[in-house]
Every structure is written in C-alpha cells, then in structure tokens.
Design a protein around this ligand. Structure first.
Ligand code: NAD
Length: 496
C-alpha cells in the first residue's frame, strides 16, 4: 500500500499488514497459518492479508462464544447491555470517517456513499440499544379452570453464526451484531473474503467499548471452508445469513444437523415501475440510481425498470443521458458516482450477462464496457441500459449484481403487476406515479418485502427489511428481528 492515496487522503493505519482472527477476546492467526490477500478493487493492489480461518478456527471461536454465553455476559442486565451499545455507538460515530475509508478501500464504494452510512449505523446501534429489555418475563393471562398463573420467559437463543456478503459490510454486520448484543446472545461473525476489513476494525472498537471476551468473535476466510463449518456447527444455535440464494440453500442444508434456526436475506430482481403520469424529473434519476447505486451491488436494486409504453421512448432517452453523465472512477474522488465492482470475478460475471442480453436480442442502449486507461488496474464498468427487454430473457430473470438496467415496456396497471410479479424473487419494488390509487394498488399488488413509492432504497432499522419467495425469510430490523434472537418458554404455576 503506497504511503499516499489520491486526492490527498492519508491511508488509515489499519490498512496493510497481516490481520488476525478475534477469538475469545484475543487476536490470533489461523491455526493453519494460512492467509489470503485482500485487494482494493479500484487499483487491484493488495491492501492487507487476512487470516484464512478454517473448521478448526470455527471450532475454537464457537467454543469461545459458548463459554462467553454462560459466563460474565449472562449476568449483564438489560441496562448494562444498553450502556455498552451506547458506548459502541459513540465510538463508531467518532471513528466513522476511518471506517468509511476502510470500506471504500476494501470494496470500492465511493467515499461519499460509505460516509453517508454514518447516520444509518448510529441509528441502528441506538435502535438495538433500545431493545435490550426485550427478553425477560412477560405475563400471559389464561382462561384455565382453577387457579393458575401463567407467564412467558424470553431468553437469548445462544450462539449466533453470522455470515455476511461484501457489498455493504458496514450495514450487514450491524444487522447481526445489533440483535446479538441487545438480547445477550454471543456471535461468531464470518465476513466475506472480498471485504472483511471493516468487520475487523469494528471488532477492535467493540473491545475498546468494554465487550467481554468471546461475546463477539470474528473469523475471516472462505465461504466453503469457514462459512460452511459455521453453518454446520452443532454448537451454533442460530445462523443469520445474508448472501446469494445458491449459498442460502447450502446454509439450510448445513443447518439440518442440529436443526438450528436460520434466517436468510438473499438476492432480488426487483421491479421499478414508472407510470406515464410520474414526475419524470424525479423518476428518471430515481430509477437510474435504484439500479446504479453502489455500482448495482445492492440486493434490493430496481434492476427491472418497467416503463409505461406511452412514455417509454422519452424515459429511455432521459435515462441514457443521465447514465452517461454519471462519473465512474476511484471512490476516493469526491466527484465519483460509481466506484468499481468488488472483484475481477464479479466484473467477469457482469460482462457475461451483458453478452447474454445482446445474444437474447435486447438492445444495448448505453454502457456495457469495461473501463480502461487510468482505470485499467481496477474493476470498472460503465452504467449499462438494455432496452427491448422481454421479462423472459436471462437479464430480466437472474440477479446480475452490477450496474445493468433492463427496461421493459408495459401497457396498464394489470400488465405492470403481471410482469412485476413474474419473478422467482420478492425482495423489493418501486413505483413512480402521481396517481394515489395507482400507488396504493401497486404497493398492495407487488409481491415483495419492501415497496418504495416515488423514492427508492430507503432503509430504517426500526422498520426493517425482508423478502418473499427466493429472496429469503426472516425479517431484520424492528422488534420482530430482536424476538427472533430469543427463545420463549411458558410457565404454568398452580396456585392451589
Ligand atoms: P455469497 O452467497 O457468495 O457469499 C455471502 C457470504 O457467504 C460470504 O461471507 C461467503 O464467504 C459465504 N459463503 C459462501 N459459500 C458458503 C458456504 N458454502 N457456506 C457458508 N457460507 C458461505 O454472496 P455474495 O456474492 O458475497 O453477495 C451477493 C449476494 O448477497 C447477492 O445475491 C445479494 O443480493 C445478496 N445480498 C442480500 C441482502 C439482503 O438483505 N437480502 C443484502 C446484501 C446482499
């Protein structure tokens, strides 16, 4: 890693060197001694080595989490956990510029985007702090003959295995750490091999805030090794997984040994529906950024842009103009809208889908090329728009996870709903209209976990997020999320 970064930015001291695993409050190398490189996708440069955790390391981490679950941590009151989470929130806010820069260097998102996650992270941690009293005893009235008192005890499920992807680790790690710490569970977190650095830096902040040893353990490594071992482990009581449906299936299969609880936050192919009566000044940039934000690497991206036929040509012209004006480049540049995609593998996958689109007969309206010149060392691709797309084409059915919009015309609201719901996924949907009844009909009719009307991509930890169909199960955020980290038992007390 060079001493200086572009745009006068100083690299954080955390970048570089060999990272370790956090197990039982100690930073340790993988038992095998193996490491793997982690790369800045904007330059292709190796920015650190990660410890390549495997099954033996997962065994150690799960044992440490189990010990912590029954140890001092189990005596912490809701107030103690609340105070811990507030201290963590303060530290995260204080160090957020550094965390954002690490995330940008690690997975490529523009600094403007990673910095903007500060509010979300702070709100999420404070939300989970507000939930620390969710466990405990709740009275439950009964109608039994005789005299019985009945109550329910909610207690933490135990050891949580958290497995997260690379596209927004700063967010996805908190969907697991938040409910874990709020409820008194413990966790082993397995970040993605392409972007593990913010989880490791966050773990340092957790220790600084006073987290007892073993309550959160972090094991970096490959999915088929460390991830698989964690999902299979009989010492794990609950797996919280965010990632692709293919891996989600493996997680479910791996969970059958001890029938652990599983929640799955998977992919999407979300419809974003533009009606002829929409305010085009907000619909065009809104629909464009619903696809292109984070260079298309967002599970809820509105990648199927359904446009009412009456305004199709006008909308496409404006979408093309908007897309061509977006600046693609190194996310350290404050002018950049789209950073690189995370890896050369991901870039190849996107280029493969661009070829598929053309082969299936869709028209490439703009973009579709890897960028060279100054950007040749990184994994950059132009924002891409396909028109003339039929909902049966591969680019309309499969999740690309890159900046590729598939524009599909429709005639009326019934047609829009038919196309919107003709997908194996159900993560999200968008609607652009000025007609109130259309907005309500679409919000009810689209089969997906989140609907945005005249906006896109908003996410509040208190409201939450989840999927229908192949997009997974288990709501994250809100009180029900916290509840899913608790066991429940009923007590019947004969009062004589
Ligand atoms: P992925 O499924 O390849 O990997 C996700 C995580 O699972 C990584 O940590 C990986 O190491 C691990 N993993 C891989 N194989 C494993 C195995 N056999 N057992 C256990 N763990 C394993 O997904 P990705 O490519 O990193 O991320 C992109 C996917 O994530 C997309 O499908 C995207 O839609 C989805 N995603 C969903 C949400 C959501 O909230 N619904 C959010 C972000 C991303």
């Amino acid at each position: 890693m060079s001493a200086k970064l572009p745009h006068g930015i100083t690299p954080p001291a955390f970048i570089g060197g060999q990272k370790k695993l956090l197990i039982g409050g100690q930073w340790v190398p993988a038992l095998s001694g193996k490491t793997l490189d982690t790369v800045n996708p904007a330059t292709g440069e190796v920015i650190a080595q990660l410890a390549q955790g495997e099954k033996a390391d997962i065994d150690r981490a799960v044992a440490a989490a189990r010990k912590a679950f029954h140890g001092e941590w189990s005596q912490w009151t809701p107030h103690d956990r609340h105070r811990l989470l507030v201290r963590i929130a303060d530290l995260v806010e204080k160090h957020f510029d550094e965390l954002a820069l690490i995330e940008t260097l690690d997975m490529g998102a523009p600094l403007a985007r990673t910095r903007s996650l500060k509010n979300w992270a702070s709100q999420a941690i404070h939300f989970y702090a507000s939930q620390t009293a969710a466990g405990g005893v709740v009275t439950a009235p009964n109608s039994l003959p005789g005299r019985y008192d009945t109550y329910k005890i909610k207690a933490p499920v135990g050891v949580v295995g958290g497995i997260i992807p690379w596209n927004a680790p700063l967010i996805s790690q908190w969907w697991i750490l938040g409910p874990t710490l709020a409820t008194g569970c413990t966790a082993v977190l397995k970040p993605a091999e392409d972007a593990s650095l913010t989880a490791l830096r966050m773990a340092e902040l957790l220790l600084e805030a006073g987290l007892p040893p073993g309550v959160v353990n972090v094991v970096t490594g490959y999915g088929h090794e460390a991830g698989q071992a964690l999902a299979e482990h009989h010492g794990v009581d609950r797996v919280a997984f965010t990632g692709s449906p293919e891996t989600g299936r493996r997680i479910v299969q791996a969970s059958t040994g001890n029938l652990k609880r599983v929640s799955l936050e998977l992919g999407g192919k979300s419809p974003d529906v533009v009606f002829a009566d929409a305010d085009m000044d907000i619909a065009v940039p809104g629909a464009a950024m619903a696809v292109f934000s984070n260079t298309g690497q967002i599970c809820a991206a509105g990648t199927r842009v359904l446009v009412q036929r009456k305004v199709h040509d006008e909308f496409v012209e404006r979408l093309k103009t908007y897309s061509r004006e977006l600046k693609v480049g190194n996310g350290l540049d404050p002018q950049v809208n789209l950073g690189p995609v995370v890896s050369s593998k991901q870039l190849d996958r996107i280029l493969h889908y661009v070829n598929e689109g053309a082969r299936d007969g869709a028209q490439l309206a703009c973009g579709g090329q890897r960028l060279g010149g100054d950007l040749a060392g990184g994994y950059f691709i132009e924002p891409t728009v396909f028109t003339g797309v039929n909902n049966d084409m591969t680019i309309a059915r499969e999740e690309i996870f890159g900046p590729v919009a598939a524009v599909i015309p429709f005639d009326d609201i019934e047609d829009a709903l038919r196309i919107a719901n003709d997908t194996p996924y159900g993560l999200a949907g968008g609607v652009w209209t000025t007609h109130l009844a259309t907005a309500h009909r679409m919000a009810r009719g689209i089969q997906a976990g989140t609907i945005w009307v005249n906006c896109y991509g908003l996410l509040d930890p208190q409201v939450g997020f989840g999927g229908y169909k192949l997009s997974g199960y288990g709501w994250k955020g809100g009180a029900e999320h916290v509840d899913s980290y608790l066991y429940q038992k009923a007590v019947y007390m004969n009062l004589g």
